[in-house]
Design a protein around this ligand. Structure first.
Ligand SMILES: CC(C)=CCC/C(C)=C/CC/C(C)=C/CC/C(C)=C/COP(=O)(O)OP(=O)(O)O
Length: 268
């Protein structure tokens, strides 16, 4: 990406990381609703050209240069509120809402920075949807990769009704035993994550040419985490799926080639 875009993405990353740290970081014990209310007020100050510290100022600078909307930022804070309130998700609809807030929003924040290709023939809405779906696919993959780790914290980011359909209870997840039911359940969850990556692929080629390579790289790398879960025979309860350095390096030229393909050809 151009240097200006890199800096803007960095400013967004920093804001998202700091938002996440409120809930997951070293001071998470002091987390309550008023902390998030204050953080939201600070966000409004950032958008009103009154940053509180230097890192906030990086985002104010980004807002001056790119047409960012405050809504996805606010929705991410709502996702943090949800995370502090809930540790279970009754069905996929509830989980989708959480994934939208904590990750789909990142896709929406990124498009105004990355830009839409001037030669693209699809609507901006189509590109924003694809970006949102990449965030959903990433978050679902993250959840599947981290099931074991989250279970140790007493959290289950999986649809409760679908677990029940496969005869799996929370206690089975906490016991971290990989059974045939678990494997079948996981196959379905992986299939769903891939569905969202496929939706994202359709939009990635409509981004500004200079921004496509990093997007394709992260898309392909995240999909490889799903492959790694399969290679671990669906044991994501005691093993962490990861993509090794060699595979990561191979991804770079592959994603570069995808990034070069023309939008009109890539839509099929
Ligand atoms: C496809 C199109 C049109 C545009 C691309 C739009 C983009 C950049 C979408 C990506 C959205 C994104 C990066 C979402 C966040 C995904 C995610 C799960 C982040 C968590 O990352 P980790 O750092 O692994 O989190 P933990 O520290 O919680 O493990």
């Amino acid at each position: 990406m151009t240097e200006e875009r890199q800096k803007a993405i960095w400013a967004i990353y920093v804001w998202c990381r700091r938002t996440d740290e409120l809930v997951d970081g070293p001071n998470a014990d002091y987390m309550n609703n008023s902390v998030l209310d204050r953080w939201e007020q600070r966000l409004e100050d950032i958008f009103n050209n009154k940053p509180y510290d230097m890192l906030d100022a990086a985002l104010t600078d980004t807002i001056c240069k790119f047409p960012l909307d405050i809504k996805p930022f606010k929705d991410m804070i709502d996702g943090m509120r949800m995370d502090t309130r809930k540790s279970r998700y009754a069905n996929f609809q509830e989980l989708y809402m959480y994934c939208y807030c904590v990750a789909g929003t990142v896709g929406l924040m990124s498009v105004p920075i990355m830009g839409i290709a001037p030669e693209s023939c699809v609507s901006a809405q189509t590109v924003y949807n694809a970006a949102l779906h990449l965030g959903i696919g990433n978050q679902l993959t993250n959840i599947l990769r981290d099931v074991g780790e989250d279970a140790l914290r007493g959290r289950v980011y999986l649809p409760q009704d679908e677990l029940a359909q496969f005869g799996i209870r929370d206690e089975d997840v906490f016991a971290r035993k990989v059974t045939d039911q678990w494997r079948e359940f996981m196959k379905e969850q992986i299939r769903r994550a891939r569905f969202y990556f496929n939706l994202a692929e359709e939009g990635a080629s409509h981004l500004n040419k200079a921004s496509r390579w990093p997007v394709w790289s992260s898309l392909i790398l995240y999909m490889k985490i799903l492959d790694a879960i399969e290679e671990n025979d669906y044991d994501n309860l005691t093993k962490r799926a990861y993509v090794g350095r060699a595979k990561k390096l191979v991804t770079l030229p592959v994603s570069y080639a995808r990034a070069l393909s023309l939008p009109s050809l890539a839509i099929q």
